[in-house]
Write a new protein. Sequence first.
Length: 341
Amino acid sequence: MMFSRLVRLDRVLDFFTVWNMATGIAVSTLLLTATPASSQPVPGSLDVHWNEGASDCNATPQEPLQVHRYEAQTFILRQSPCADFEANFIYLLIGSDKALLIDTGAVADPKPMPLAKTILELLPEKNHQKLPLLVVHTHRHLDHRAGDPQFASFSSTQVVPFNLDGVRAFFGFINWPNGIGHVDLGGRTVDVIPTPGHNETHVAFYDDRTGILFSGDFLMPARLLIDDAAAYHESALRVIDFLKTRPLTHILGGHIELNAAGRAYRFGSHYHPNEHRLELVRADLTALPAAFEHFNGFYARYPKYILTNPIHNLLAMAFIGVTALIFIVWGVRRLLRRRCG
Ligand SMILES: [Zn+2]
Ligand SMILES: [Zn+2]
């Protein structure tokens, strides 16, 4: 989510950007020619209880990273709510030539969060070498890329830049946010769909092997933090249109912030008792445009997500605060005048 860290970083030319430009490793991108998946999605299991953190993390040591095997070539990793309140979900998709890691989570330090080491162990070998790894991000908020530096020393790993220019260039978007990018993993194609609105760099990933949409912070059982409502609405329509002719098994996002009853945990909480299911369904996506059309610009609660514009809410609170202050000052001056007069 990262509202607290909504810092404009798009002008930061980081190490990975430079590295990627230097290597110029090509990704298979072909705009506007996405073809629907023809075969049935490979089934998988979401029979898992995600680590819910603890009310006292110090008293209850947690495994930092939970690894769930959805099917033989698809892994879901969840960072413990005790390691970071964002408790990000990270996804590893394995093809026959290459593997794809979607997001690197909220924790940079490999000591408390051995993400790269865990991913390396999960990667299969081909010709006596670990499969090459491509690291991508749903968007540039720090909780989705803090683990990037852990992959810097990996020889056959490429980390895609997180700034907008880098994302557009890498996936070959010439008319952002229109068009669809493609990543070919070998016998498995992942489509890249621009979904700005929560953040201008946001993309969602559709996997033709499993029929899963990896939706990041665009759609999840959580607070959907709105940066640009019009762009968000357009993104919802774009994804609905893209999926019209494709099978959709699950929508898997970046966080869970609601309990099973749809109530949000306190912001920053390390304890998520009785969490909402991670997976959402097509109906949750198709309901999104109408939710935006009826949005009051501040806050709206739905059973599976909460729409909220943090900037508007802050401005409203500031306005209420200033109005209250003016009223108090006026009241005190009036009281003093009466007493002294
Ligand atoms: Zn996030
Ligand atoms: Zn975010």
